[in-house]
Design a protein around this ligand. Structure first.
Ligand code: ATP
Ligand code: MG
Length: 772
C-alpha cells in the first residue's frame, strides 16, 4: 500500500483512494491519468475487491497488457490475470461469445474485419445489379458503419423517412436494402463486424434484462481511460453496466478528443456529471512527462481553441531545449533531415532507436520517411500500416482456420475455395451463392449436400466441391484434439498453400513463406502463453479471436530496437523522448478537409496538441516548401500551428544554410521545380551546418506563414530586351547564356544554357533573370 502511493502526488492519490462512487479525472496530457487508473485498480484489489469484479476499458490492448503487468507487480500476477481489461471491442467480443446465443449467434462467431465487410458489400451491390460507380462499396460501408454506431438498426432505418430521403436525394435509394441484406448475410454467416461488437452488445443489454443484471452485478467497479473519445454506442454500454453500483471512474482530457470524425462525442465528458449521482471531479495539473518548453508550448497552442474546459498544466521538469522548427524544400529532403538527425542524436547521446518517434497526419507520409531511414540503415517500425495479419498469405491461412471454427463464414470460404486453384470457378461460386439463398442455408452447407441437391453444377465440379468439403472435415476432426499451432501447420501443408508459394520462387514468394512461418511461430507462442491462463486451452478459436482484434499496435514483431512511425491518432497515450512531427503544412496539417468549420479546425488543433505532448525531451516540427499531393507538386505553406506556438519556445532553423546538400532542381517552363528531376549536388565543401537564432526576417516570414514565392511575375525590369548571346543570372540556376527566344507576349520563352544546370526553357513572364 505504501509503495503503491509513493509514486503518486497528492492530487493523484485522491481519486485512487476514493473507493466507491462516481468520479471523473479531467487533466491535461502527461499528468498521470493512466497512472492513476492503474494504481486505482491495484488499490481496489488490495482493499479486497475481486479482480473478476473490475472492468477496465483502455484505448489499445497493448495499454491493457502494460497496465496488467504493472498491477501484477503490485498485487501478484496470478490475480491480475483475472481482471477484465482491454479495448471495448475485445472485452465485449468476449461477452458476446458467452451471451451471443440470446441474439442467435453461435459462440464461435467470426469477426469480419473491414476488408471482409467491404468484400461482402461489394458482392451484394453486384448481386443486386446496382451501378458500382454510384454505389461505391467503401462509401456504402462507411454509411452502414455510421448507422450502426448511432444504433440505427435496419428496422429503425426503414422507420426513419428522413434517412431514407437523404439516401434517395444522394441518388442511392437502395442503401437500406443493401444494409438489410448485409446484416442478414452476416447473421447467416455467423459473423459480426467491428461495429456489431458494440451494437450487438447494446442490443443484448437492452433486450435481455437478466443478462444486463448479470454483468451489472459482475462489474462492481468500472474504469475507462481516454473517456473523451468514446462514441455514443460505447457510452451507452458503460452507462448501462455502471447503473447498479455507480462505482465508475473515467479519466480523460477534452483537449485530446480526436475521434469526433468517427462519432466520438465530447459531450460524454461534459455530461458526465448529469449521468451519475454525486460525481466527484478531480483535476491533475502537474505534468511529469515533458520539459517546460514542451508543456508551455503545447499550452500556448491549445489556448487558441474556444471550446475547452479550463485546465492548468505545469511541470517541475527542466526547461529543456527549444522546439526545433525545420524547413526543407521537398519531402525527400525532410526525410533525410529527420533520418540524419536521429542518427546523430542517437550517437551523441547514447540512445536507443526506440527513444525516437516520427508522427504524421496521414499514412501516406510514411513513405518518404521510410526511404530516408532505410538509406541510413536505421531500423524502424510502422504502426497501423498493413498489419501483419492483413497480408494476403496470412489472411489465406487464417481463412482456412476460420472455416474450421465456423464453416458458415462466407467471406473466408469465398477467399480460399479456389485458392490454391482446384478448378472451382467464379460461375460455380455464383451458383452456390444462389442455391444458398434458395435453400436458406450457408454456402458450406450447400456444398456438404451438393451430391443430393438439384443445382446446375456438373458432376466433375461437384466432385471437386466434395473433396474440398472432405478436406475441411478432416482438419476439423484434427482441431478437436490438437492445439492451434498443430492445426495451422497441417493446414498450410495439406491445402497446398506452401507448395504454391514455393512454386512461385520469386523473392516475394519466399518472403511470403517466411511470413507463414512467422505466423506459425506466433501461434506456438500463443499456445504456450494460453497454458498459463486458467480456462484457456490454446484452441484455434481462442487464437482467431486474439488475431481478429489485434491491431498492429498490439504486436511486437520482434525485439529489434526500432524507431516508431505512426499517425498521430495512434500515438494517443504514448510517450517518447524524441518526437518528430513532420509535414506541418497548411492543407496537410491542419488537413484541407478539416478546415471548413471551427469545430473541425479545433479538432485538428487538439490533434496537434496530442502530437506535441508525446515528447519528453525534445520535439521537432518540420515542413516542406513543396510537396506532391494528388500527383501534383504544389507549393506548401507552413502550418498555422507553428505560428500559434509562443515564439519563445521555438528554435527556428535556417535550413538552406544549415543543410549541407544544396538541392538543384530542374524546372518546368513556369519556373516551378520539377520533382521528377530532382537530384542532389555534391556536398558544398566548407559549408558546415550553422544552427542558431533566426534572423528577424526569418521570424517575420514564419509568422506571416508565407514563404516568398518563387513564381511571382517580375518581368519588367529584369527580362526586358533579352536576346541571343546575352549572359544572364538566375536566382537559382546561376549564370547562363541565352541560346534563343521564342514566342510572343505572355508566352515568350528563353532557352538558356546554365553553367551548372544545363539547358532550360523558361517562361519569361515568370523567370527571374538578371542581365549581366
Ligand atoms: P496522456 O494524456 O498522454 O494519456 P496521462 O495523463 O495518462 O497522459 P501518464 O501516461 O499516466 O499520463 O503519465 C505520464 C508520465 O508521467 C508517465 O511516464 C508516468 O509514469 C509519469 N508519472 C505520472 N505521475 C507521476 C508521479 N507522481 N511521479 C513520477 N512520474 C509520474
Ligand atoms: Mg494516458
Amino acid at each position: 500500500m505504501e509503495a503503491l502511493l509513493e509514486g503518486l502526488n497528492e492530487a493523484q492519490r485522491a481519486p485512487v483512494l476514493q473507493k466507491d462512487g462516481a468520479m471523473m479525472v479531467i487533466a491535461g496530457a502527461g499528468s498521470g491519468k493512466t497512472r492513476v487508473l492503474t494504481m486505482r485498480i491495484a488499490y481496489l484489489m488490495q482493499q479486497g475487491v475481486d479482480a473478476f469484479n473490475i472492468l477496465s476499458l483502455t484505448f489499445t490492448n497493448k495499454a491493457a497488457r502494460e497496465m496488467k503487468t504493472r498491477i501484477g507487480s503490485i498485487v501478484g500476477n496470478s490475480e491480475a490475470k483475472n481482471l477484465w481489461m482491454g479495448t471495448f471491442h475485445s472485452v465485449f467480443a468476449k461477452i458476446l461469445r458467452i451471451e451471443g446465443h440470446h441474439l442467435g449467434f453461435p459462440p464461435n462467431f467470426t469477426i469480419y474485419d473491414s476488408q471482409d465487410s467491404q468484400r461482402l458489400i461489394s458482392a451484394i451491390i453486384k448481386e443486386m445489379g446496382l451501378d458500382k460507380d454510384i454505389y461505391k462499396y467503401k462509401q456504402v460501408h462507411s454509411r452502414i458503419s455510421s448507422f450502426k454506431n448511432s444504433l440505427i438498426t435496419v428496422k429503425a432505418y426503414f422507420q426513419n423517412p428522413e434517412l431514407m430521403e437523404a439516401d434517395a436525394m444522394a441518388k442511392k435509394p437502395r442503401i437500406g436494402e443493401i444494409y438489410k441484406e448485409y446484416v442478414d448475410r452476416c447473421f447467416k454467416a455467423g459473423a459480426m463486424d467491428f461495429d456489431d461488437l458494440l451494437l450487438r452488445t447494446n442490443e443484448l443489454l437492452a433486450r435481455f434484462p437478466e443478462v444486463l443484471a448479470k454483468y451489472q452485478k459482475r462489474f462492481q467497479y468500472i474504469l475507462v481511460d481516454e473517456y473523451q473519445d468514446t462514441n455514443h454506442s460505447q457510452y451507452l454500454i458503460v452507462k448501462a453496466l455502471a447503473d447498479r453500483y455507480q462505482n465508475i471512474c473515467v479519466v480523460g482530457d477534452d483537449s485530446q478528443s480526436i475521434y469526433a470524425f468517427r462519432g466520438a462525442n465530447i459531450n460524454n465528458i461534459l455530461n458526465y456529471q448529469r449521468d451519475y449521482d454525486d460525481v466527484k471531479v478531480y483535476r491533475l495539473e502537474q505534468n511529469y512527462r515533458s520539459t517546460k518548453n514542451i508543456v508551455e508550448a503545447a499550452n500556448s497552442v491549445i489556448e487558441h481553441n474556444k471550446t475547452k474546459l479550463d485546465k492548468v498544466v505545469w511541470t517541475a521538469n527542466d526547461d529543456g531545449p527549444k522546439i526545433i522548427v525545420h524547413r526543407s524544400l521537398t519531402d525527400g529532403e525532410e526525410g533525410r533531415y529527420v533520418a540524419s538527425n536521429i542518427f546523430e542524436t542517437k550517437m551523441n547521446n547514447q540512445l536507443q532507436h526506440s527513444d525516437f518517434a516520427i508522427l504524421y497526419r496521414t499514412n501516406a507520409q510514411s513513405r518518404a520517411m521510410e526511404d530516408a531511414l532505410r538509406k541510413r540503415e536505421i531500423p524502424y517500425r510502422i504502426f497501423g500500416g498493413l498489419s501483419f495479419y492483413q497480408r494476403k498469405e496470412i489472411k489465406d491461412v487464417l481463412a482456412y482456420l476460420r472455416i474450421l471454427v465456423n464453416p458458415n463464414d462466407e467471406e473466408a470460404l469465398k477467399r480460399v475455395i479456389n485458392y490454391p486453384a482446384r478448378g472451382i470457378g467464379a460461375t460455380t461460386l455464383d451458383r452456390l451463392v444462389i442455391a444458398a439463398k434458395q435453400y436458406d442455408r450457408s454456402i458450406f452447407e450447400v456444398m456438404e449436400n451438393i451430391q443430393h441437391l438439384d443445382i446446375k453444377i456438373n458432376s466433375s465440379t461437384k466432385n471437386k466441391l466434395y473433396n474440398f468439403v472432405n478436406m475441411i472435415h478432416s482438419f476439423k476432426i484434427l482441431s478437436e484434439n490438437a492445439d492451434a499451432f498443430t492445426v495451422a501447420e497441417t493446414v498450410a501443408r495439406k491445402t497446398g498453400l506452401l507448395q504454391e508459394l514455393k512454386k512461385d520462387g520469386t523473392p516475394e514468394g519466399i518472403a511470403r513463406i517466411e511470413n507463414i512461418e512467422e505466423l506459425l511461430n506466433g501461434m506456438r507462442d500463443f499456445v504456450e502463453g494460453q497454458k498459463e491462463i486458467a480456462d484457456a486451452t490454446g484452441s484455434l478459436s481462442e487464437f482467431l479471436e486474439d488475431v481478429a482484434l489485434a491491431t498492429d499496435m498490439d504486436k511486437d514483431i520482434d525485439d529489434v530496437d526500432r524507431v516508431s512511425l505512426m499517425t498521430i491518432h495512434l500515438a494517443k497515450g504514448l510517450e517518447f523522448p524524441y518526437v518528430y512531427i513532420v509535414g506541418l503544412e497548411e492543407d496537410l496539417f491542419p488537413s484541407g478537409m478539416s478546415m471548413n468549420t471551427r469545430s473541425e479546425l479545433e479538432e485538428e488543433r487538439r490533434l496537434f496538441y496530442v502530437a506535441l505532448t508525446r515528447a519528453e525531451k525534445q520535439a521537432y516540427l518540420t515542413y516542406t516548401e513543396s510537396r506532391y499531393r494528388w500527383g501534383k507538386l504544389i507549393d506548401a505553406e507552413p502550418s498555422r500551428f507553428i505560428e500559434e506556438i509562443d515564439e519563445q519556445y521555438l528554435d527556428i532553423q535556417t535550413p538552406m544554410d544549415n543543410y549541407r546538400y544544396k538541392p538543384m532542381i530542374d524546372t518546368d517552363i513556369f519556373g516551378e521545380p520539377d520533382k521528377s528531376k530532382l537530384r542532389l549536388k555534391k556536398p558544398v565543401s566548407g559549408s558546415a551546418p550553422t544552427v542558431g537564432k533566426p534572423t528577424e526576417d526569418q521570424l517575420r516570414k514564419l509568422r506571416k506563414l508565407r514563404p516568398q514565392s518563387n513564381s511571382q511575375p517580375q518581368t519588367d525590369d529584369l527580362n526586358g530586351n533579352l536576346s541571343k548571346g546575352m549572359r544572364v543570372e538566375h536566382s537559382r540556376f546561376g549564370h547562363g547564356e541565352v541560346l534563343g527566344i521564342e514566342g510572343v507576349g505572355q508566352d515568350q520563352k528563353a532557352e538558356i544554357h546554365f553553367q551548372t544546370g544545363g539547358i532550360k526553357k523558361l517562361l519569361l513572364r515568370f523567370a527571374k533573370l538578371k542581365i549581366l
